[in-house]
Write a protein that binds this ligand. Structure first.
Ligand code: FES
Length: 110
């Protein structure tokens, strides 16, 4: 099974099993990580904002226009920001590293 690593706002890292087909948001929830995902993947919030490791960003499927629009409203947007609910785990993403922004900031933006 692929594994992905979450980097928490305090800099600590957590490597977890990431079943193929789940979203990064769902994997984070399985491990009780602090990633809200208020709209449960319908791209109506930005509380699932994650920052993808630059080495991995180009390997993800491209974001849709809807995702880009939502990201534009996200606090703390970076060049490698994505919505966690829109990244689907595949075998190719084994080793993916994503950082979780400060949850409080995500909430302010949402
Ligand atoms: S959970 Fe709302 S946009 Fe991802």
């Amino acid at each position: 099974m692929p594994k992905i690593t979450f980097v928490k706002p305090d800099g600590s890292r957590l490597e977890v099993d990431a079943p193929v087909g789940l979203s990064v948001l769902e994997v984070a929830h399985c491990h009780h990580l602090d990633l809200e995902g208020a709209c449960e993947g319908s791209m109506a919030c930005s509380t699932c904002h994650v920052i993808v490791d630059p080495a991995w960003f180009g390997k993800l499927e491209e974001s849709t226009e809807e995702e880009e629009d939502m990201l534009d409203l996200t606090f703390g947007l970076t060049d490698t920001s994505r919505l966690g609910c829109q990244i689907r785990i595949t075998e190719e993403l084994d080793g993916l590293v994503v950082s979780l922004p400060d949850a409080h900031h995500n909430m302010l933006a949402g």
